[in-house]
Design a protein around this ligand. Structure first.
Ligand code: BEZ
Length: 275
């Protein structure tokens, strides 16, 4: 098998502007199901108990929300993208989903846990405000269980995108970098300042295959990398994608299978009791 290239055409578009994603939710489910598939052990880490009130922050199309509900918890899925919320509601009509910004969501009453998978790195503005919101939603002693992209996440891909743009005469400053990939020490500081005790934490590389993407990295860029392709000179976006693929192929697709260079920060933090 050879690595697919950009020639097959990018599969659909997840429009990204101003750092806020507007997703092609159907494509996301078809080709990026690994996002939730990789996180089933996150639900084990959350360990939802029957009857617990749980918020799934950045729930996407609701796969993990449904897994949490299947364990008997009373779960609310929240996402900042309307298309994702609509699809989540259509796929899981018996569950509750709300459209809200991670920086100012609110729930009625207090939750036992807030869960978040592969979403916090999209909330790049004011992460301390996101954490404050999570703290406000939790009862004292409630837990915040999350995994996010972390320092050095997808560095090979983004370095290649920046280089491909530079070769087109585009400066790095022209790209509105859409993600927040914090260092562990920085994020732990935010959690502690925000009223949490971090009880578990792991930073790790998690190479992630793109087996459901027929066009490999081209599909990934089409789904997630639009802030980069938007910065390309007129008519040159496809050339930037092809060059990015050429620059990263040796490291990410050495034997015919695209495997992206994800790094993760996974943690459990407990809301400190007041008083
Ligand atoms: C991630 O899960 O790390 C990720 C996904 C899409 C774009 C950037 C990062």
């Amino acid at each position: 098998m050879s690595c697919p290239s950009a020639d097959g055409g990018a599969a659909g578009a997840g429009a990204v502007s101003g750092g806020e994603a507007t997703w092609d939710a159907g494509l996301y489910d078809r080709s990026f199901g690994f996002v939730s598939a990789f996180a089933t052990d996150m639900v084990d880490l959350l360990a939802p108990e029957p009857g617990e009130r749980i918020v799934d922050l950045g729930c996407g199309t609701g796969k993990l929300t449904a897994d949490i509900a299947a364990r008997g918890a009373d779960v609310i899925g929240i996402d900042g993208d309307e298309a994702m919320v609509e699809r989540a509601r259509a796929l899981h009509p018996d569950l509750t989903f709300e459209h809200a910004d991670g920086r100012d969501f609110a729930i009625e009453g207090l939750a036992d846990a807030v869960f978040s998978n592969a979403a916090l790195h999209w909330m790049k503005e004011e992460p301390a405000r996101v954490i404050a919101c999570v703290a406000r939603a939790l009862r004292p002693g409630g837990r915040f269980v999350a995994e996010m992209g972390a320092h050095r996440n997808i560095r090979i891909i983004t370095d290649a995108l920046y280089q491909a743009l530079a070769e087109e005469g585009v400066a790095a400053e022209a790209v509105d970098f859409p993600w927040y990939f914090p260092r562990t020490s920085h994020y732990v500081g935010l959690l502690e300042d925000g009223g949490f005790d971090v009880t578990q934490l792991r930073y790790f590389a998690r190479p992630t295959p793109l087996d459901d993407c027929p066009n490999g990295l081209a599909d990934w860029i089409a789904m997630f990398g639009q802030n980069f392709t938007d910065a390309a000179p007129p008519g040159r976006a496809q050339a930037v994608i092809e060059r990015t693929i050429a620059l990263s192929r040796d490291r990410l697709c050495p034997d015919g299978r695209w495997v992206t260079d994800y790094t993760r920060l996974r943690f459990v933090a407990v809301r400190v009791s007041e008083g």
